[in-house]
Design a protein around this ligand. Structure first.
Ligand code: SF4
Length: 359
C-alpha cells in the first residue's frame, strides 16, 4: 500500500541574493514499511524535502506548489492542528545532531515519557514503563537506571539511540531520518544503522533515510532516489542502482565511497561543487561537472526516463529512471563507465575512466 505520495513538490526560499528553488517539481512515493533512501550532496534538496513533509518550512521559505499525500490525505491542505497531531505521532523525524534534539534540563527518560503521555494518552506509570522498554530495545544498557540520566551523561551514540527511541515512542508509520549517523564514529554508525533497520521491521515503520553516503543507503534501503540541484536524477531499487547505475552523478557518488581492501591509489571525486540554486546552469544542471557533457547538455534539461526504453518514467514504485540525454538518444558520445565487483567483498565500484579529467 502506498503510504506517502509526493507530487510535483516545489519549495522556494526568498533570500536577499535571489529566489532559491530548493526543491523543484519533485515526485516520489513510499510504500508502507519500505525503506527509501534519498541521496545527494549538501544543497541537493534532501533535508528541505523532509522538512516539507513535516510542514516545517519557515519564512523566507515557502512550499509553492504540489501535494503531499499521506495515507491519501494532502498534508498541505490540513490545518496546523491536524498536522501537529500527525507530527511526532504518525510521522516522526530523527535529526543528525542528537544533542540539539534533547533538552539538556530534563532527564532523557522524562523527555521520551512526556511524548508518550502527550501522543498516546498514557498515565505516568504506563509512559515510564514504555520508555524503559524502548530504551532497552534501542540498546541502552541498564535502561531503568539510565531513565533518570540527563543527556550530557549519555555518549554521542547513546544520545542518538535515545532520539531513535523518542521517535519510535508513538509507533509512527513513517520515520524521517536526516543523516542520523553522520556525527558518529563508524563502528557506532554500523550498529545504529543495523538497529534502525531491525526496529523499522519490528514496528512496521517506513523509513525515508536522507544521507550523502550511498554506502549507508546500500546497507539499509530497498529503494533510492538520487537528488541533484533540487531534482531527482535517478530512482531505482537499491541493488539495481548499486550494480547498474545509470546517471553520471550516481557513478561519481559511487566512485567516491571508500572500501576495505580498495587498491585504488586515491578515491575519485566529483569535480566542482553543487551549483548556486539561485542561478542553476541551463540545460542539465549537472553539466559543468559531468565528464560526458556535450553541447546539447547545456541547452536541454533531460527528463526522467526509463533507461531501457527511453520512455518517460511511469512513476511506479519499482521503476529505474534516470535524467540524462543519453536515454533520449541525444548524447552523441555516450556514457563510458563500468562497474567492477570486488570479489572478496561482493561490492560494486563504479569506475569512471573520465573521472579525473576535470580534477
Ligand atoms: S545530460 Fe549530459 S551533462 Fe547531464 S548527466 Fe547526461 S551527459 Fe551529463
Amino acid at each position: 500500500m502506498t503510504l506517502l505520495e509526493v507530487n510535483d513538490l516545489t519549495v522556494k526560499f526568498y533570500t536577499q541574493d535571489g529566489v532559491v528553488t530548493a526543491v523543484d517539481n519533485l515526485s516520489y512515493q513510499i510504500e508502507s514499511g519500505e525503506k527509501f533512501g534519498v541521496v545527494g550532496e549538501s544543497g541537493a534538496g534532501k533535508s528541505v524535502t523532509a522538512l516539507s513533509l513535516m510542514r516545517l518550512i519557515d519564512s523566507p521559505g515557502q512550499i509553492e506548489s504540489g501535494e503531499i499525500l499521506f495515507k491519501g490525505e494532502d498534508l498541505l491542505e490540513m490545518s496546523e492542528e491536524e498536522v501537529r497531531n500527525i507530527r511526532g505521532n504518525e510521522i516522526a523525524m530523527i535529526f543528525q545532531d542528537a544533542q540539539t534534539a534533547l533538552n539538556p534540563v530534563y532527564t532523557v527518560g522524562e523527555q521520551i515519557a512526556e511524548a508518550i503521555r502527550h501522543h498516546l494518552g498514557h498515565d505516568e506509570a504506563e509512559a515510564r514503563e514504555r520508555t524503559i522498554q524502548l530504551l532497552d530495545r534501542v540498546g541502552i544498557p541498564e535502561a531503568e537506571t539510565r531513565f533518570s540520566d540527563y543527556p550530557h551523561e549519555f555518549s554521542g551514540g547513546m544520545q542518538q539511540r535515545a532520539v531513535i527511541a523518542m521517535a519510535l515512542s508513538c509507533d509512527p508509520d513513517l520515520l524521517l531520518c536526516d543523516e542520523p549517523t553522520t556525527a558518529l564514529d563508524v563502528t557506532i554508525e554500523a550498529q545504529i544503522l543495523e538497529e534502525l533497520e531491525e526496529l523499522a521491521d519490528d514496528f512496521d515503520t517506513a523509513i525515508q533515510l536522507i544521507t550523502h553516503d550511498l554506502g549507508v543507503v546500500a546497507e539499509v534501503c530497498d529503494r533510492v532516489m538520487v537528488m541533484y540541484g533540487g531534482k531527482p536524477v535517478e530512482k531505482a531499487p537499491v541493488e539495481e542502482l548499486y550494480y547498474d547505475p545509470k546517471h553520471p552523478y550516481t557513478v561519481g557518488l559511487m566512485s567516491s565511497i571508500p572500501r576495505v581492501g580498495d587498491d585504488r591509489d586515491r578515491l575519485q571525486t566529483i569535480p566542482g561543487t553543487m551549483p548556486d540554486l539561485v542561478e542553476l546552469p541551463p540545460g542539465c544542471s549537472f553539466h559543468p561537472r559531468c565528464p560526458y557533457a556535450e553541447e546539447s547538455c547545456t541547452r536541454k534539461e533531460p527528463p526522467l526516463l526509463d533507461p531501457e526504453t527511453g520512455e518517460e518514467a511511469a512513476g511506479t514504485a519499482n521503476e529505474h529512471a534516470a535524467a540524462c540525454l543519453e536515454y533520449s538518444g541525444e548524447l552523441q558520445g555516450g556514457l563510458d563507465y563500468s562497474v567492477e565487483i570486488n570479489d572478496s567483498q561482493g561490492e560494486p565500484t563504479a569506475v569512471n575512466p573520465e573521472g579525473d579529467r576535470n580534477d
